[in-house]
Design a binder for this molecule. Structure first.
Ligand SMILES: Cc1ncc(COP(=O)(O)O)c(C=O)c1O
Length: 279
């Protein structure tokens, strides 16, 4: 918690019981809290993001990935590792997933071409260790299969060197766009809005000062044609009403700059309104 709303919807659709484990925008999932939950509940599997978390942007350190895998191995609990943004790192090295530490075939490493080729493809994959056969059977029962011609086209493309050079260009573009966004946000937003920079992926996580609401900001911004993702979208409870996620994967242009100014003005308005009600 917080978590990608698609994962929350899947939990609901399959009528699963889930326990939310606190996740920090800088350090990732709280492993002590996870350990406690493993002790207290009959947990069957974990779903989480170890790299470039959606919505927080954080990445679990290598030491913590080791601790995570060792802990889950000890309890015999499988890990569904959602690594859709793993290839979209800033800097020189891809952060390895927890799957790289998996000696017992307990980690289901999931990713997709939606984020680094084209959202419309809707083709992904899972490296599922000894669960692979079962997953194939379940997929056949639920969706038959993804489009075969599309899969063949992607396979052919991957066999060339174009994918690697495409990824290199995309990583660079995303890094530059995020840098431009950060500069602009730091220039215009009130100083007491906290920004959590990330080293990869599409997103930035922001925290408003106490007393403000990102849900109210969402509606006010929408009226001006600006879309933010309010924190409440990422929880089944009602936490994170002071937080929101910004998608900064788009080319940064004058329109984005103006939108940040509008957001800043809306936040200032909320701050003023709060001070008035206090008086
Ligand atoms: C964390 C996370 N997992 C999974 C997905 C879904 O990927 P796809 O579009 O390939 O279904 C997304 C897309 O937004 C995502 O952000």
């Amino acid at each position: 918690s917080p978590a990608f709303y698609g994962a929350l919807q899947a939990i609901e659709r399959f009528k699963l019981k889930a326990i939310a484990i606190a996740t920090d925008p800088q350090h990732g999932i709280d492993l002590d809290a996870l350990h406690q939950a493993l002790n207290d509940y009959p947990i069957k599997a974990c779903w989480l993001m170890t790299n470039f978390h959606n919505p927080l942007g954080c990445t679990l350190s290598w030491d913590n990935k080791q601790r995570l895998v060792a802990m889950l191995e000890k309890y015999g609990v499988g890990l569904v590792e959602d690594d859709v943004y793993g290839e979209l790192y800033a800097g020189l090295q891809r952060p390895l997933p927890a799957k790289a530490l998996d000696k017992k075939g307990m980690v289901l490493h999931c990713s997709s071409f939606s984020k680094n080729l084209m959202a419309g493809f809707r083709i992904g994959w899972v490296a599922a260790g000894h669960h692979a056969k079962n997953i194939q059977r379940l997929q056949l029962m639920s969706t038959l299969s993804a489009s075969a011609p599309m899969q063949l086209a992607i396979a052919e493309y991957l066999a060339t060197s174009s994918y690697d050079s495409h990824l290199r260009r995309l990583r660079k573009a995303l890094e530059q766009r995020k840098y431009a966004a950060l500069q602009s946000l730091q220039r215009h937003l009130p100083y007491d809005v906290n920004l959590y920079p990330s080293r990869g992926g599409y997103f930035l996580w922001l925290e408003l000062p106490p007393g403000l609401s990102s849900t109210a900001l969402y509606w006010q911004a929408l009226e001006k044609g600006i879309s933010i993702a309010p924190g409440k979208m990422f929880t089944a409870g009602d936490k994170y009403d002071r937080h929101f996620r910004l998608n900064v994967s788009y080319e940064w242009d004058e329109r984005c700059e103006q939108s940040v100014k509008v957001l800043a003005a809306l936040i200032q308005q909320q701050i003023k309104a709060m001070h008035k009600t206090k008086i």
